[in-house]
Design a protein around this ligand. Sequence first.
Ligand code: ADP
Ligand code: MG
Length: 384
Amino acid sequence: MSEAAAETFQELYGAAPDGVWAAPGRVNLIGEYTDFNDGFVMPLALPHTAVAAVSRRDDGILRLHSADIPQGVVQLDVAELAPHPDAGWFAYPAGVVWALREAGHPVTGADIHLASTVPTGAGLSSSAALEVVTALALNDLFGLGLSASRLAVLAQRAENDFVGVPCGIMDQMASACCEDGNALYLDTRDLSQRQVPFDLAAHGLRLLVVDTRVKHALGDGAYAERRAGCEAGARALGVPALRDVPYAELPAALERLAGESENVRRYVRHVVSDDHRVEQVIALLDAGDIRAVGPVLVAGHDSLRDDLRVSCPELDLVVAASTAAGALGARMTGGGFGGSAVVLVEEAEADAVAKSVTEAFAVAGHTAPRVFTAVPSKGAHRVR
Ligand code: ADP
Ligand code: MG
């Protein structure tokens, strides 16, 4: 794909690009809606990537093109970049240029061609892939010397403040920092991290991603509402963030929240218990007991469905049908209300489980899901 991106770049802009970079989409194994509570997450990078062919410019002009959007080259003036809602797809890379400049980095223009194999709107972070690949390319071309974590933070700033999506830091950190064969254990408070070996094939296991191919409109306002509820919970408990509530103190915390709404109590229970589930999964992986991760995934899904209420019938069906067919565990991944689920299965049973899920979707009258294997892949890197 990098070859094709370089060729298209040449056709569009009349010269070969200075370089080609790639940044992946991600799935999150465990720890959902915890990243805006300063909590823990455990994503892994997918083999699907956004690729950027880029040349540096020094005349203040930013030109953007995507192979995946039926729109020609968009030309902008970097000095005039300013957040405005509904700008369109190019707000993601343009927002990165804006965020870098806002942080004082002298990015003086670029020609950019993007092409991505990350499914969009499937909860697999095609948006973060686009931002991170742009950030890494500009970091290299302008010699900014920023770390992968710093690039992720600036990419998140682009999405939050330029595009206007109030996402946490997980997606950008996953795309920027994951490594081949590993899951990323990330503390979203200080961005400290550990690569956790996640070689499923060596254990005769597989992680399937099931993209339900649905996106329920409910999702947009619901995210902000959950976020506000979590912040209200932390305020009422007198802690900076829900991450500061130890799991052992959850029952006492819930009692202290008796005066709050039922929603706030349910959100607190989800976040504190999901942070705990990240710790459980880490302990199991460190002990080499990967199969025991399955029930923790199911407990995480139940919590997202019943307490946070961000699941949907299609995601619930993936979990029910896959576990009924012998999967070790499954859960929705990402923001929910559609998008994708992950399913942990024995290698030998993976095809049968995938078939059962697909059949269950047909019986329920849902659009056929897309199923693929999540091979833990490397984070953003220069390709050529
Ligand atoms: P997700 O990140 O889960 O895929 P989002 O809604 O956050 O979903 O981001 C999807 C948006 O990102 C698309 O609507 C589009 O604006 C932008 N995007 C993603 N991939 C591309 C691409 N290859 N070319 C242009 N825009 C893209
Ligand atoms: Mg996104």
